[in-house]
Design a protein around this ligand. Structure first.
Ligand SMILES: Cc1cc2nc3c(=O)[nH]c(=O)nc-3n(C[C@H](O)[C@H](O)[C@H](O)COP(=O)(O)O)c2cc1C
Length: 213
């Protein structure tokens, strides 16, 4: 009797495994959105904004934004909110404001003035850069990637840049105030000249400003 039961159970298991293997699509249940998880809520709200309303960005919000973009979350190890290939940490962040262009220094969590003046309009022909109170420019510093060959350097710099860009989107989506858009159509030569980039590449720019939801 026991032998028969075992044989039958084995047969049922084999049939069920076979039918699972034959399924070409698996219809997933709806993702859990909203609820109480802020990351899930931010994913639900993330989108690109190309129109900004009046208003400066608050200093405490700017501090959180740049920290989320590429700040240190484990200062003891100098490790960051974003991963980077071989921990090269080559993506550097510049903040363009109406008063000047600043470079974010993650280890000290401060902004260093690079050049005074309003240079936001130089970033791109896209008109929304003039509307937004600030723009973030992401630059890959190739001096920090000396042990990468050229092809993998370009590849990993682009991948690493994507993480920073996504965290900027996440800050905006979680803020309920601000919006942004990742922009690749930017004036790379003009920005490189302004920032005196010698061995690196201007990757992306993000205007950040108030939006109406
Ligand atoms: C690498 C990259 C470059 C982009 N460049 C531009 C750009 O120059 N101008 C622009 O308006 N949008 C740009 N976008 C935004 C995309 O058009 C946008 O993400 C896409 O239409 C999907 O819309 P969503 O972000 O609202 O989901 C870029 C997005 C990425 C990821």
């Amino acid at each position: 009797m026991l032998k028969r039961i075992l044989t039958f159970s084995l047969f049922v298991m084999l049939v069920s495994l076979q039918s699972q293997a034959q399924d070409k699509t698996i219809q997933l249940i709806d993702p859990v959105t909203g609820a109480d998880n802020p990351v899930r809520i931010a994913c639900e709200l993330r989108r690109s904004y190309r129109s900004f309303t009046e208003g400066e960005i608050r200093q405490d919000h700017l501090a959180t934004l740049v920290w989320m973009a590429c700040g240190e979350n484990r200062p003891d190890e100098h490790k960051r909110t974003v991963p980077s290939a071989r921990n090269a940490q080559e993506i550097e962040l510049y903040v363009f404001t109406k008063d000047g262009v600043y470079k974010y220094i993650p280890g000290k969590h401060l902004l260093n003035l690079v050049t005074p003046g309003d240079h936001r309009a130089k970033i791109s022909q896209q008109e929304f850069f003039a509307q937004a109170p600030i723009a973030l420019v992401l630059v890959a510093n190739y001096d920090k990637m000396k042990d990468f060959d050229a092809a993998s350097r370009d590849f990993y710099a682009a991948v690493d840049c994507g993480y920073v860009s996504q965290n900027i989107y996440m800050f905006c989506a979680a803020s309920d105030l601000y919006g942004t858009v990742a922009c690749g159509a930017i004036n790379r030569d003009a920005i490189s000249t302004l920032l005196k980039i010698k061995n690196g590449k201007v990757m992306l720019a993000h205007p950040v400003g108030h939006v109406q939801h």
